[in-house]
Design a protein. Structure first.
Length: 84
């Protein structure tokens, strides 16, 4: 394998989205999947894991709505890439 395979990728993140990204990344092993004939299809995050995450659960109702919307936006982008 080429050395670049082991190099982590980096990207910029706006400060107002940082907490949503942290929750999303920490739930990275919590995906609903379907085993297809040729591959695994990622359907989305297991929301129970998101709801129970301390950075999410400790928020007030309005902040939870805003944070969930941010997490879902990240999730949609991730699914486009991993389901290619």
């Amino acid at each position: 394998m080429p050395d670049s395979y082991f190099e982590p990728e980096t990207c910029d993140c706006w400060p107002e989205h940082w907490d949503a990204l942290q929750v999303f990344l920490s739930c990275g092993s919590q995906w609903r999947t379907i085993a297809g004939a040729k591959s695994i299809i990622y359907q989305g995050l297991v929301y129970e894991a998101v709801y129970g995450h301390p950075r999410y659960a400790r928020l007030g109702w309005e902040d939870q709505e805003k944070r969930l919307a941010q997490i879902q936006e990240i999730e949609r982008g991730a699914m486009e890439v991993i389901n290619e």
